[in-house]
Design a protein around this ligand. Structure first.
Ligand SMILES: N[C@@H](CCC(=O)N[C@@H](CS)C(=O)NCC(=O)O)C(=O)O
Length: 190
């Protein structure tokens, strides 16, 4: 089994954490370098990570990869509430990536800019619901939505995209898992 990804992607990190120590080869690419793009093109036409290969199968998108692995490792299915939490986590993650990529492309996300405003609105709405869910104990167990939340929060703090000052339950959640070995080994700052 091969996991193709990058060391900084929060979508790749969630799969690395979910796989725990399940035997696999991790292929880390710099997906924005010419060499990285050439390598990535061999695995996926959509040019996004993560990608998982297992024998003759290639799985694209972290949600599909998670479903495949959960089935293979006999994990229980997520509840519908957990599926919705995951959709919210992904929404914040995708919007933060869009803002990050706009900035990296030299486009200011301050001032009036429709695409940036839409992302900011989605983030503001969703982060408050995630805060309420964290305060209500939805992330007390270390299940897949918790893993995904951790990867999102650590990535936005690494990229300095969001402050968690106004979301104390999310800040406490991030803090409480910081020192675990697999978390430390997959730190995007390494
Ligand atoms: N929905 C996808 C999102 C994956 C994603 O956005 N990956 C980013 C890295 S964090 C990527 O590969 N971006 C490359 C691009 O957008 O060209 C998933 O869950 O796997």
């Amino acid at each position: 089994m091969q996991l193709i990804g990058s060391t900084t992607s929060p979508y790749v990190r969630r799969i690395r954490l979910f796989m725990d120590n399940y035997p696999h080869e991790f292929i880390a690419l710099n997906i924005y370098s010419p060499e990285g793009r050439d390598a990535l093109r061999k695995f996926t036409p959509v040019m996004k990570v993560p990608v998982l290969t297992d024998d003759d199968k290639t799985l694209l998108d972290s949600r599909v990869i998670h479903k495949y692995l959960a089935n293979k490792l006999n994990h229980a299915q997520m509840s519908w509430d957990q599926e919705n939490l995951l959709t919210m986590i992904d929404a914040v993650n995708d919007s933060c990536i869009t803002l990050f990529m706009l900035t990296r492309s030299g486009i200011s996300t301050e001032g009036e800019l429709l695409i940036a405003d839409l992302q900011k609105e989605r983030i503001a709405n969703t982060i408050n619901l995630l805060e309420a869910a964290a305060a209500n104990g939805s992330f007390d167990e270390w299940h897949y939505p918790s893993i995904c939340l951790y990867c999102l929060l650590d990535w936005v703090s690494f990229r300095e995209l969001l402050s968690l000052e106004e979301t104390p339950a999310l800040a406490a959640f991030l803090q409480s898992h910081k020192h675990e070995t697999l978390i430390k080994n997959t730190d995007p700052r390494l």
